[in-house]
Design a binder for this molecule. Structure first.
Ligand code: GUN
Length: 304
């Protein structure tokens, strides 16, 4: 269990930044062992298409984190007028490259490219994002496979803080295939963390606030800054904020600041635990991607 930090009278901060640093050290030690046994360092590739500022920041963090844990990394940058066929050819090249253990294509892609066609072109054993239907299917069936990094990171946050989930009611807001849908599967499946009773809410849910008020564990993954207000949260709830939207702020150095889906100032005093934005879920996403890549490297070398 990692240490608790007092946020308010009640809520403790689920400090993803601190925990991710600790886990990176653990991964670095495993990589060092792996390499000292005569294996080459795990190698993650990332494909970035276009100039979206947020995507570039995420990919830069992923690539920098590789160096921190002793991985090799390759960043492939392409302009946003790349054709779908050209992008698929890059994916096929990475599938075939024995020097690459796993890779990601950062989403979203430009509108003229079908995200799903790209996801399905990735070989499932190199799909460290866990987005391929084969990995998603394994997740739904409770079979081994790569689990998408953001929900996997949230599970690790809960586990490492010793937060009890069995029998509790989890409410997930947002049904995206990257976060909401896999999150609802992970929380409901047998295991620890897990064994929750899960409600998955979305844009057509009636009386969202009433559902949220029933949550012992509330996961907000909608991308609407400050949407979850204090009157939607039960006293003592665990609140996980996946939102990370850039909102204009002339006083900030970069002209924007990051805002989560939760109105933290009003919600934190009611919760037992809450993730900050930034420094909560985001850093945990990166360590889960690194963990998946280490698993891919071990598998490709025939080890476990
Ligand atoms: N865009 C937002 N989150 C993710 C992620 O986890 N992986 C990829 N590839 N793209 C994303």
């Amino acid at each position: 269990m990692v240490g608790m930090t007092e946020a308010t009278d009640q809520a403790h901060i689920l400090d993803g930044k601190a925990l991710s640093e600790k886990i990176k050290q653990e991964i670095a030690a495993e990589v060092s062992d792996w390499v000292s046994q005569g294996n080459r360092a795990p190698h993650l590739a990332a494909v970035l298409v276009g100039q979206d500022g947020a995507s570039r920041t995420y990919v830069d963090h992923k690539v920098k984190s590789c160096a921190r844990v002793g991985f090799q990394s390759t960043l492939i940058e392409k302009p946003d007028d790349i054709t779908q066929e050209e992008l698929i050819a890059i994916v096929h090249g990475l599938n075939e490259d024995p020097g690459i253990d796993g890779f990601i294509v950062q989403l979203p892609l430009p509108a003229h490219i079908d995200d799903q066609a790209i996801i399905e072109a990735v070989a499932p054993h190199k799909d460290v994002d866990g987005f391929h239907p084969s990995n998603m299917g394994n997740l739904a069936l409770g079979l081994p496979g790569f689990i998408p990094a953001t929900p996997a990171g949230i599970m690790t946050l809960l586990e490492r803080h010793g937060i009890e989930t069995a029998g509790r009611h989890a409410v997930v807001i947002g049904r995206s295939s990257i976060v909401g849908t896999p999150m609802s599967l992970l929380l409901s499946r047998s295991g620890n963390p897990g064994n929750c009773t899960v409600t998955l809410c979305h844009s057509r849910t009636r009386d969202l606030a009433a559902h949220c008020r029933e949550a012992d564990i509330l996961v907000a993954a909608v991308g609407i800054p400050g949407m979850v207000k204090a009157d939607m949260v039960k006293e003592g709830a665990v609140v996980i904020d996946v939102g990370i939207t850039r909102v204009e702020d002339a006083s900030a150095k970069r002209g924007f600041r990051l805002k989560g889906d939760v109105d933290t100032a009003s919600v934190a005093p009611k919760c037992s635990w809450i993730t900050p934005v930034p420094g909560g879920v985001g850093p945990m996403t990166i360590v889960s991607l690194l963990r998946n890549t280490l698993v891919a490297a071990r598998r490709s070398a025939g080890a476990h």
